[in-house]
Design a protein around this ligand. Structure first.
Ligand SMILES: C[S@@+](CC[C@H](N)C(=O)[O-])C[C@H]1O[C@@H](n2cnc3c(N)ncnc32)[C@H](O)[C@@H]1O
Length: 428
């Protein structure tokens, strides 16, 4: 005996056999896992013309399928189904919408489905009342006949029968299984028409790949199917992910490039506000950097007066600032645990920060690009800088922009706080 049986009552059995007899379901049927039977309703008529339909009582367009051949066909299909958990389903645009949850329930609660396909104007209502357990619809539209809907239901239910697909994960990991859409899929080549496969998928890091996929799944459900997303019940880990996605989405998108200019005295207020935000952010991330007075308003005022402070502007708004001076830098001579690779003339990137509204917009990268441009303009062949070892964001950015770790240095600018800094350099 097969693991799952489906009987389809139709006026077009060959069209169904053609589709369900092929490929994965066809192979599963050949192995005996599935038993899919198609019954010609016309074979059960009791009139010489083998007529299966008649005019509608009350007048109107089209023909209605008679109850008798349908009932006789159904009886024949059920003749050897004793002991099976059977569900008789009429495919109809008036039924409940069919979906994955319904398919799972049909697979779990029954081992035999009888799918009745209507045609013309539909079937005599008394057949539905008398014989049908449930009506299912493929969607809010009208098809010519129930065959396509029956094939969809049969296919969806059958692929969950053990042995039909290679592994349970083949269907449990797909869209709609847990209320979400699946993550995007890619295959070879790595680059096609200038479009690259996301790097994480090539990393071989399974943990990161899983995390990326879950994020994509949540994000695309949010975007493509807000109705599904509204019904989704996230666990604590997904709630965190959703919070992160929403934050990303709320980030502003820059429609114009940032411009760099020398800071002016009138910019000092905006720069100090950025310093305040950066101080809070470092505190939040438990980085003991900028947790005292440094960098003070007096220091930044003198940077501006000395012409070494620059601002990055978006439209009229100051998005970031940086202070760049020509070397040599006194404390950098005391480098330990490494050595500088660059020589004089080098430039030193001191204080810099990005306004919180501009985080995640590419402004940090633009800031380091500006540092390089300005360093070149001052004739430097390298840029040196330092940051706190726990300043993960800055260290990641430096790495991405081609800076290399050079060694450790001590700073004296922040008395009472951790003076240890890691030094980085980039040769231009
Ligand atoms: C033209 S339709 C009949 C529609 C019917 N007169 C009505 O308006 O509700 C003919 C047959 O196609 C099938 N059918 C049409 N749309 C369907 C849908 N959205 N889902 C499932 N079956 C559908 C049903 O079996 C139906 O009996």
């Amino acid at each position: 005996m097969s693991d799952y049986r489906i009987d389809i009552l139709t006026l077009f059995p060959d069209s169904i056999r053609g589709v369900l007899g092929e490929s994965i379901l066809g192979r599963a049927a050949a192995k005996g896992i599935l038993d899919i039977r198609c019954h010609q309703i016309r074979d059960y008529t009791e009139n010489r013309q083998r007529q299966v339909d008649d005019y509608p009582y009350g007048g109107g367009w089209g023909q209605v399928m008679n109850a008798q051949p349908l009932k006789s066909c159904l009886d024949a299909a059920l003749a050897d189904a004793d002991g099976l958990r059977t569900r008789v389903i009429y495919l109809s645009p008036q039924g409940q919408p069919f979906n994955q949850a319904k398919a799972r329930q049909l697979k779990a609660d029954y081992d035999h489905l009888v799918l009745v396909c209507g045609h013309y104007e539909g079937v005599d209502e008394r057949f539905i009342e008398e014989c049908v357990d449930e009506e299912l619809s493929l969607g809010d539209f009208v098809l010519t006949g129930g065959e396509i809907a029956a094939m969809a239901v049969a296919d969806c239910v059958c692929r969950m029968v053990p042995g039909v697909l290679a592994d349970e994960q083949c269907y449990t990991g797909e869209s709609h299984w847990d209320g979400l859409l699946e993550y995007p899929q890619y295959t070879r080549p790595e680059e096609w028409e200038g479009r690259k496969v996301p790097e994480v998928l090539l990393s071989g890091n399974h943990g990161e790949i899983e995390e990326w996929r879950r994020m994509q799944s949540l994000e695309r459900t949010m975007k493509k199917r807000p109705d599904l997303f509204a019904a989704f019940e996230p666990d604590a880990a997904d709630l965190k992910r959703i919070e992160h996605i929403k934050k990303q989405q709320n980030r502003r998108k820059l429609s114009e490039p940032l411009t760099c200019r020398k800071a002016e005295a009138a910019d000092l207020g905006a720069i100090m506000e950025i310093v305040r935000q950066a101080r809070n952010s470092l505190k939040k991330h438990r980085v003991d950097q900028w947790q005292g007075e440094y960098p003070t308003e007096e220091l930044l005022r003198s940077d501006i007066e000395n012409g070494v402070c620059h601002v990055l502007c978006y439209k009229q708004e100051i998005a970031a600032f940086l202070v760049l001076t020509p070397g040599p830098e006194e404390g950098y001579d005391e480098l330990t645990d490494g050595k500088w690779h660059s020589e004089m003339p080098y430039a030193v990137a001191h204080r810099s920060a990005v306004k919180s509204d501009f985080r995640g917009t590419g402004t940090s990268k633009a800031l380091l690009d500006a540092v390089e441009t300005l360093a070149r303009e001052m004739g430097a062949t390298a840029v040196r800088t330092d940051t706190h070892r726990k300043n993960k964001a800055m260290k990641e950015l430096l790495g991405k922009c081609g800076y290399r770790f050079a060694g450790n240095v001590m700073v004296t600018s922040e008395p009472g706080h951790d003076p240890r800094r890691q030094a980085f350099e980039k040769e231009l």
